[in-house]
Design a protein around this ligand. Structure first.
Ligand code: NAD
Length: 371
């Protein structure tokens, strides 16, 4: 039986509540004898600050480096609003992203038929939607130097951010995009602003070169990022994998998020380089939502984003596509039965707690997985 090392970092607010449902899922996999997960757990964010006065400890970082996948809940909350900047809860997540070299952020936007009416767009535009926004996560304008505000001395100030990309950064994210597409509908749309930005010119050139050299079998199109944003709300189903830089990816993935209804539904994965020796990559899986302090401790959070994030770990870290597909089907099936947590409640639906939703999904999984 395959054996994988997981590090669970529940974090703050609803993080631990939704992570409990991942543990329910892990118990199912253990019982079914499908895979042997070795599980460690650690503190991160405010929870870690309260005990250790840092957002993540060196010991936990070492465990993250040694793990096959990090499963992350959420961090933050008003309790830690005034802690020093470098030990604020988010610093734990940023440290993980940086030290694990997680340059590829995968955000699927999937619209389950049962939830098509919760989107702000018309049902036929979003029903059955299944696309991926692939965002470059460690380069571009959020990190480029110089990054300054200078007092010009004449009552004016000048702010500078620098958008910078090297060839290797574009090549590696493009490869992730093409590999993802090969396992899906085989289409990549690369988005940049080559008409006004030099990084856009290089981005297009490098993505085109990688395609010509290594991925001719995949369909590639280049779209200007502003036109792409418009197309994303006009007819999102035309896309399969959208690959784009850090800044455009930040915005486009939030737009894509709203196509699907609720924050409580959205999973994500962040991947690092493939290790030449082990052939594995560092990876962190987390829901897109935060710690939701307004509903924390009430047992009403939607666990689907967290469970679907674990589903992405099955798919991208452990090559367990069958189990990942079954988990997606189990989520769809629990929703089709009318079960809803408060955030996705609609008329006539059955209101359930975090635990009841998790239990129903694992129950559906058990049913679907049995021969
Ligand atoms: N990656 C992270 O850990 C992360 C991401 C975003 C925000 N945050 C932090 O989380 C805290 C709260 O931030 P926010 O309120 O802007 O964003 P949030 O995502 O925590 O919550 C936004 C709204 O969505 C609701 N919501 C979110 N997830 C839900 C779920 N699973 N089920 C039901 N409802 C859900 C919340 O109740 C809230 O009304 C802040 O401290 C912020 O810094 C952390």
């Amino acid at each position: 039986m395959a054996s994988h090392k997981l590090l669970l970092l529940p974090g703050d607010g609803i993080g631990p509540e939704v992570m409990t449902e991942v543990k329910r899922l892990l118990a199912f996999f253990g019982k079914a004898g499908i895979v042997d997960f070795t599980i460690e757990e650690g503190l991160v964010g405010g929870a870690c600050y309260d005990t250790h006065q840092v957002a993540i400890t060196e010991a936990t970082m070492a465990k993250a480096q040694a793990a096959d996948a990090v499963i992350f809940g959420a961090v933050g909350g008003p309790k830690w609003d005034n802690v020093p900047y470098d030990v604020r809860p988010e610093a734990g997540l940023l440290r993980l992203r940086k030290d694990l070299g997680l340059f590829a952020n995968i955000r699927p936007a999937i619209c389950y038929p049962a939830l098509a009416d919760s989107s702000s767009l018309k049902r036929d535009v979003v029903e059955g939607l299944d696309i991926i926004i692939l965002r470059e996560l460690t380069g571009g304008i959020y990190f480029g130097e110089p990054k300054t505000i200078t007092d010009l001395g004449n009552g004016q100030k000048r702010a500078i951010d620098t958008q910078v990309y090297d060839t290797y950064e574009i090549e590696r994210i493009a490869r992730v995009g093409f590999e993802l597409a090969r396992k899906r509908r085989n289409k990549v749309t690369s988005m940049e602003k080559r008409n006004v930005m030099k990084t856009g010119v290089l981005w297009r050139e490098v993505v085109g070169d990688v395609h010509a050299r290594e991925y001719r079998d995949v369909q590639l199109e280049h779209v200007l990022a502003d036109a792409g944003g418009m197309q994303l709300v006009r007819w999102p189903k035309q896309f399969d994998v959208i690959v784009t830089d850090n800044l455009f990816g930040d915005m486009l993935s939030d737009i894509a998020a709203m196509l699907t209804g609720s924050l409580g539904m959205l999973p994500s994965a962040s991947l690092g380089e493939v290790d030449a020796k082990t052939k594995r990559r560092k990876a962190l899986y987390e829901p897109v939502h935060g710690s939701a302090p307004d509903i924390a401790g009430r047992g009403i959070a939607n666990p689907i984003a967290m469970l679907a994030s674990f589903g992405m770990a099955l798919r991208y870290s452990f090559s367990m596509s069958r189990e990942a597909d079954l988990l997606d089907a189990a989520i769809g099936s629990a929703l089709a039965k009318g079960l809803r947590t408060a955030d996705i409640k609609s008329e006539g639906a059955i209101l359930v707690s975090t635990g009841e939703m998790g239990e129903a999904i694992v129950g559906e999984l058990e049913r679907l997985a049995s021969p």
